[in-house]
Design a protein around this ligand. Structure first.
Ligand code: FAD
Ligand code: AMP
Length: 468
């Protein structure tokens, strides 16, 4: 065998798995087929190239712009003309992406991981044929193989991407000017984040969502409060609105949709289809890998497929399509190959939506607890009563904590607020340690910090918040 482990895919699931395998002394190779629009091969997968990282780079640039526009004068800051040069913003984004993807190349070198580039296809359970970007083919063999081929955007059957007017998330990360009228199909994480970016830069953004509830998987209190804020910011969010057809003509897209008033149409300069992603399990060769009805590679709790030496992790298997979920699975598989009994705790998976304010949660929602008849206590605390949030001028939102009514164990924490993504880590750790709300209430939180809202929410579970 050429290698102990071959990883297919160098996204956050695959590259992390490869590094952990190498750390544990396995002779490791990783193969990836990614090609940038400039024709360069790159590591990092969706996350680094067209996902988590470039979206956050644009969210930051657009946040600076809109914050100056809306709040500079509150601080006594004035200027003649506020402009944003979209090309510089895009160049900055590309620089951030490039430095991070190059960083993975360095990590591979440092860990002596063989960095193979090209498209992989199984020829047997231990052998993979690699077609390099120049068309050359080779076969490598490995004792164990980890599939981490990720996911791709879903295309609506009646609305193919033309990549000019009808684009996927990748297209929406690359606009070279601000589209005056931007339509987005799908009010999920990606639709809301990209909608926020272009709305802050001046687009009139309409989000068309088929479901009646806004952010159906989030806690209702948080989702309702978030919806109000985003609408106030200028996002036109249309719920119970199912897009059924679209047509591109005269440089615009006319969308047909159904809502309670019947069939309607709307015109946009660009239309982003953000209706979810599908697992990328096709074209891997016919070796009898079990694929389920959702198109995911079927795996057990430890990410082992029906072929015992082949594992699958990340977006290509069940579970949420989140970068950190795939990375944790990668670490688990590597450690189990090394004989360690590692598990991934799916119950403490953090979720974040990087709007302003951010929406972040871990654990169960109030609706889920009710449905399962789990007795619970709830404590909420608004950022409006937190000194640091007031000083920052960003006091929208709250922390809501749910704890078991009898044991007091924390069952869920839901945050809407500035820096919710970072604040959430404390709640994830608390839940990982099976902490009670009392544990968090007894934990000293520095003043003045946003984290005091977590402390107060924990106190509020027992009806003893101090500043309310
Ligand atoms: P991917 O990152 O998709 O990587 C798969 C890799 O496999 C690719 O590099 C591909 O080239 C390679 N590959 C596929 N087939 C083959 C083959 N046959 N041979 C060789 N190589 C192959 N998640 C978060 O957690 N936080 C966020 O903020 C976030 N923001 C996002 C924003 C956007 C706009 C998008 C689109 C996604 C976002 N995600 C976010 C989701 C996140 O990007 C994915 O969950 C994550 O990238 C999945 O990791 P992965 O390693 O499973 O797959
Ligand atoms: P996510 O899966 O989080 O990326 O969100 C995708 C969203 O797109 C979901 O909330 C879907 O309900 C929504 N969606 C899917 N198809 C349509 C459609 N034809 N019209 C409007 N919304 C849709």
């Amino acid at each position: 065998m050429d290698y102990d482990v071959l990883v297919i895919g160098a996204g956050p699931a695959g590259y992390v798995a490869a590094i952990r395998c190498a750390q544990l002394g396995m002779k490791t190779a990783c193969v990836d087929k990614w090609i940038t629009p400039e024709g360069r091969s790159a590591l990092g997968g969706t996350c680094l190239n067209v996902g988590c990282i470039p979206s956050k780079a644009l969210l930051d640039s657009s946040h600076h712009f809109s914050d100056l526009q809306k709040h500079a004068k509150d601080h006594g800051i004035s200027f003649e003309n506020l402009n944003i040069d979209i090309s510089t913003m895009q160049t900055r984004k590309a620089g951030v992406v490039m430095s991070l993807t190059k960083g993975i190349e360095m990590l591979f070198k440092k860990n002596k991981i063989k960095d193979l580039r090209g498209k992989a296809r199984f020829v047997s359970a231990n052998e993979v044929e690699i077609t390099a970007h120049d068309g050359k083919q080779s076969v490598v063999s490995a004792k164990n193989i980890i599939i981490a081929t990720g996911s791709v955007p879903i295309e609506l059957p009646f609305l193919p991407f033309d990549h000019e007017y009808v684009v996927d998330s990748t297209g929406a990360l690359s606009f070279d000017k601000v589209p005056p009228r931007l339509g987005i199909i799908g009010a999920g994480v990606i639709g809301l984040e990209l909608g926020s970016v272009w709305s802050r830069l001046g687009s009139q953004v309409t989000v068309l969502e088929a479901l009646p509830d806004f952010l159906a998987t989030a806690d209702r209190d948080i989702a309702k409060a978030a919806q109000k804020i985003l609408v106030k910011q200028g996002l036109n969010i249309q719920l119970s609105t199912k897009v059924t057809a679209a047509k591109v003509e005269n440089g615009a897209v006319t969308v047909t949709y159904q809502n309670s008033a019947g069939e309607q149409t709307a015109q946009f300069d660009k239309l982003v289809v953000a209706v979810g992603r599908k697992p990328n399990a096709q074209g891997l060769g016919e070796i009898g890998l079990q694929i389920n009805a959702k198109g995911q590679i079927e795996v057990n709790d430890h990410c082992q497929t029906n072929i015992p030496n082949i594992y699958a992790i990340g977006d290509v298997v069940r579970g949420p399509m989140l970068a950190h979920k795939g990375s944790e699975e990668g670490i688990m598989v590597a450690e189990r190959l090394a004989g360690q009994l590692t598990h991934v705790h799916f119950d403490t998976m953090p979720w974040v939506i990087y709007t302003t304010p951010e929406i972040a949660w871990v654990g169960q929602t109030e609706a889920e607890l009710k449905e399962k008849n789990i007795p619970y206590k709830s404590g909420s605390f608004p950022f409006l009563a937190i000194g640091r949030a007031r000083a920052q001028g960003m006091s929208d939102g709250m922390v809501k904590m749910l704890a078991h009514a009898e044991t007091d164990r924390i069952l869920g924490v839901h945050i809407l607020g500035n820096n919710a993504s970072e604040l959430l880590a404390e709640a994830v750790f608390a839940m990982e340690m099976q902490a009670s709300s009392e544990d968090l209430a007894r934990t000293i939180h520095a003043h003045p910090t946003l984290s005091e809202a977590m402390h107060e929410a924990a106190l509020a579970v027992d009806g003893r918040a101090i500043h309310m």
